[in-house]
Design a protein around this ligand. Structure first.
Ligand SMILES: *Cc1c(COP(=O)(O)O)cnc(C)c1O
Length: 409
């Protein structure tokens, strides 16, 4: 089954009772069962079934099955947000006194989360650069996972997933990949050896910028060493599903990180057009990057699709000649960056990516406002930098809009 077919048919079933083609929104808190025995069996994990929408829900379940299929995982847990998904993916297996190794160009919110985890005795270690040697150097006997983003947001550096998976497995730890920026349209990290995939579905999966959501997908392939990951021991009987079984019966339900059925519905609907949108978004982004790269008012364009990008060859091979829809430009100063943003006609100035509309933001004065200069630099954030999340508008209009704005006196 190819990608666009899989979006519509992969693990999808229409409502059995009514034949409704759209997935019904089960706006119900709890689910009735005919006998006490039936409910006991569900609670024991011996029978499938719905209980309470903080734990599971049919609309959410449908979304989870579809995204798990797309990513090539065995199952998924949908969460209230991308941040909830990342928090849970990590805290499910990393305990106090242990560490994680992370790429350095990661999303600001994730960086801030990892800082928060220090209060729980979990230490994040950041690599100096993206070489495999640098990752290997940060791993020690306390390390419990490697965390990376496929393409860093907003640094736009690209990680070599296959080599990282090999390294992680040689060290007996899983590779956790945030695939938000690339989506399974560009890469399925599980195919390259990743063990856990997370998404902020608020972005490209949803696509319309109409709801917050997140998801954790398990490849089911990682061989957990229960001495190293003692918290998973009780879930041994679930085999390949141990990680997600512990999550759903542990922190996920106890922290109350569930996604609302309506948001799961919106994400499911969005998912169906992911392929068409990504195709057009990536085309638009490449064209806009190329045209801004020719403009003398733009000092630098950062986009993995440009031949001058440090990771261009890796991106080309790993993402099948697609490069995502985010680019950044540098225009000389904060004042100029503000001027450009204020003069754009079609691009909305806001803190989001992955919408159908083109979005821009000045990261240094917003998302990275409270980060130190050193942290900003590590994330590739400069005072004169504008992040652009390219939308579905006609490229001629986008090019005209940006050319005019950057040339504004
Ligand atoms: C937005 C984003 C997140 C956080 O997701 P939310 O849904 O906003 O909580 C995590 N990772 C990346 C790469 C993101 O872009």
């Amino acid at each position: 089954m190819k990608f666009n077919t899989a979006l519509l048919h992969g693990n999808y079933s229409s409502d059995e009772k009514t034949g409704a083609t759209g997935i019904p929104i089960y706006q119900s808190t709890a689910f009735r069962h005919n006998t006490a025995e039936e409910l006991e069996n569900i609670f024991k994990g011996n029978a499938p079934g719905f209980v309470y929408s903080r734990i599971n829900n049919p609309t959410v379940d449908s979304f989870e099955r579809r995204i798990a299929f797309l990513e090539g995982g065995i199952a998924a847990v949908a969460c209230a947000s991308g941040m909830a998904a990342i928090s849970l993916a990590v805290m499910n297996i990393v305990q106090s006194g242990e560490e994680l190794v992370s790429g350095s160009g990661i999303f600001g919110g994730t960086y801030s989360l990892f800082d928060d985890l220090r209060a729980f005795g979990i230490t994040p270690r950041y690599v100096k650069d993206n070489s495999i040697e640098s990752y290997a150097r940060e791993i020690n006997e306390k390390t419990r996972l490697i965390f990376v983003e496929t393409i860093g947001n907003p640094k736009l550096d690209v990680q070599d997933l296959r080599s990282l998976a090999e390294l992680a497995h040689a060290k007996g730890i899983p590779l956790v990949v945030d695939n938000t920026v690339t989506t399974p349209y560009l890469v399925k990290p599980v195919k390259l050896g990743a063990d856990i995939v997370v998404h902020s579905t608020s972005k490209y999966i949803n696509g319309g910028g109409n709801s917050i959501g997140g998801v954790i997908i398990d490849s089911g392939k990682f061989k957990w060493d229960f001495d190293k990951y003692p918290a998973l021991k009780d879930f041994k009987k679930f085999g390949g599903f141990a990680y997600l079984a512990k999550l759903r019966n542990g922190l996920f339900r106890n922290l109350g990180s569930c996604i609302a059925p309506f948001n799961a519905y919106l994400n499911s609907i969005g998912l169906e057009t992911l392929g068409l949108r990504m195709e057009r978004l990536c085309d638009n982004a490449l064209k806009l990057a190329e045209s801004l790269n020719e403009n003398k008012h733009v000092l630098a364009v950062n986009y993995p699709g440009l031949k001058n990008h440090e990771d261009h060859e890796l991106a080309k091979e790993q993402f099948n000649n697609r490069f995502g829809a985010i680019l950044t430009i540098r225009v000389g100063s904060k004042e100029r960056a503000f001027k450009v943003i204020n003069h754009l006609r079609y691009a909305s100035n806001l803190a989001n990516i992955g919408d159908v509309r083109t979005l821009v933001i000045h990261p240094a004065s917003t998302i990275y406002l409270n980060n130190s200069m050193e942290e900003r630099e590590r994330a590739g954030v400069y005072d004169d930098l504008i992040r652009i999340s390219v939308g579905l508008e006609d490229i001629e209009d986008l090019e005209e809009d940006f050319q005019r704005a950057v040339e504004e006196k």
